[in-house]
Design a protein around this ligand. Structure first.
Ligand SMILES: Cc1ncc(C[n+]2csc(CCOP(=O)(O)OP(=O)(O)O)c2C)c(N)n1
Ligand SMILES: [Mg+2]
Length: 323
C-alpha cells in the first residue's frame, strides 16, 4: 500500500515523539520522579517500532519485551497513560501496578511489555493459535531481542508456530547486544535469520532498521504472508544508543564507538526526514518545526497528567489478583 504524505508525516511525528518521550523519561528517572529498578529506552531503535507497527491492521496484535513505551504509543495508547504508568499512578495503563516494563492495552491489542527474556514468545504463539482457531485472520507481530533468540522459549514458540502454520511475524530486533554481551559472543551462528531454516520457516533478508520505510515495506509483506500462509522470521538490524537500562553504563570500547557512529550517522529521525524532503512537499522545514513543537507539548502534557494523577488506593492492591 502506497504511503500518503499524511502517513509519512505521522510516522515522522511518532519517531520524534518516542525519542523525546524517552529522553524526558530518562531525566525524570534520574531525578527519581519515576521509580522502578529499571528503565529501558529504545533510543536509536524507533524506526523499527514505527515502521513495523504501521504495517499492521488495527485488529492485529503486538507483543514485546520490556523496551516497550514506543510500541504502546504507536499502537495508539495516549502517551499520558504510558507516562502515568511509569509514575505508578492509578491512571496508568496498568493502574500503576506494572510500571515501565509492563505497559499493555488490550483495547489496542497491545499485549505488553514482559520482563522475563523470551517469555512472551509462547504467548505470541497462543494469541496466533486463538486467531487461527476463530478464523478471524488476525496477525501477531512479536518483537524478539537478539539475546532472547538464544533462550529456549524461542525454539519452542517458533517450532510450534511452524508446525501449526500460525499467523505470526517473528521480528528479531538485532541491536547487537543483550545487556553487555554481543551477538558474536552469545550465538553459535550470529546470523540470526538463518534460524528460520531450523523450522522450515519463511524468512526475508536482513532489514535495515534505521530506515523506517524499509521496515514498513518488509513487515507489510511479512504480515501478508503470515495472514495467508504461515509464520515468518525477520531480522532487523538496529542499535541502542544508551546502556541496557538507564542505570547501566555503556562500555565505550573502540568497537562500540565505531558501531555507534555508524548507526548515529543514519539516525532514524534523519533518514525519515531525508525521505520526506525528497518528496518535494512545500514548506517541509516549517512542517518539521511544527511537529517538534507538538511533540514537546504532548510530552510535557503527559508528564503533567502523570504528576497530577492519583496514587492507586490500598483497595486497588486487592484488585486484579487471582487469590
Ligand atoms: C530469563 C531471563 N534471563 C535473564 C534476564 C536478565 N536480562 C534482562 S534483559 C537481558 C538481555 C536481553 O537482551 P535482548 O534480548 O537482546 O534485548 P535488548 O535488551 O537488547 O532489547 C537479560 C539477560 C531476564 N530478564 N530473564
Ligand atoms: Mg539486544
Amino acid at each position: 500500500m502506497a504511503l500518503t504524505k499524511d502517513d509519512l508525516l505521522r510516522m515522522y511525528h511518532e519517531i520524534v515523539l518516542i525519542r523525546r518521550f524517552e529522553e524526558r523519561s530518562k531525566e525524570l528517572y534520574v531525578a527519581k520522579e519515576i521509580g522502578g529498578v529499571y528503565l529501558h529506552l529504545a533510543n536509536g531503535q524507533e524506526g523499527v517500532i514505527v515502521g513495523s507497527i504501521h504495517a499492521l491492521n488495527e485488529t492485529d496484535h503486538v507483543i514485546t519485551a520490556y523496551r516497550d513505551h514506543g510500541h504502546a504509543i504507536v499502537r495508539g495508547v495516549d502517551p499520558k497513560y504510558v507516562m502515568a504508568e511509569m509514575y505508578g499512578k492509578a491512571t496508568g495503563t496498568g493502574g500503576g501496578k506494572g510500571g515501565s516494563m509492563h505497559i499493555a492495552s488490550g483495547a489496542h491489542r497491545f499485549w505488553g511489555g514482559y520482563a522475563i527474556v523470551g517469555a512472551h514468545l509462547p504467548l505470541a504463539t497462543g494469541i496466533a493459535l486463538a486467531s487461527q482457531y476463530r478464523g478471524d485472520n488476525e496477525v501477531v507481530l512479536c518483537f524478539i531481542g537478539d539475546g532472547a533468540s538464544n533462550n529456549g522459549y524461542f525454539h519452542e514458540a517458533l517450532n510450534m508456530s511452524a508446525i501449526w502454520n500460525l499467523p505470526v511475524v517473528w521480528l528479531i530486533e538485532n541491536n547487537f547486544y543483550g545487556m553487555g554481551t554481543s551477538v558474536e559472543e552469545s550465538s553459535g551462528n550470529p546470523v540470526l535469520i538463518d534460524r528460520a531454516k531450523s523450522y522450515n520457516m519463511h524468512a526475508f533478508p536482513r532489514v535495515d532498521g534505521q530506515n523506517t520505510l524499509e521496515v514498513y515495506d518488509v513487515v507489510n509483506q511479512a504480515a501478508e504472508y503470515a495472514r495467508t500462509t504461515g509464520p515468518v522470521l525477520l531480522e532487523v538490524m538496529t542499535y541502542r544508543y544508551l546502556g541496557h537500562g538507564v542505570s547501566d553504563r555503556l562500555y565505550d570500547s573502540e568497537t562500540r564507538k565505531e558501531e555507534m557512529s555508524r548507526f548515529k550517522d543514519r539516525d532514524p529521525i534523519d533518514v525519515m526526514a531525508e525521505h520526506i524532503r525528497a518528496q518535494g512537499y512545500p514548506d517541509t522545514d516549517k512542517t518539521f518545526k511544527r511537529i517538534h513543537a507538538q511533540v514537546e507539548e504532548q510530552v510535557e502534557a503527559s508528564i503533567e497528567f502523570a504528576r497530577q494523577s492519583p496514587e492507586p488506593t490500598v483497595e486497588d492492591l486487592y484488585r486484579h489478583i487471582y487469590v
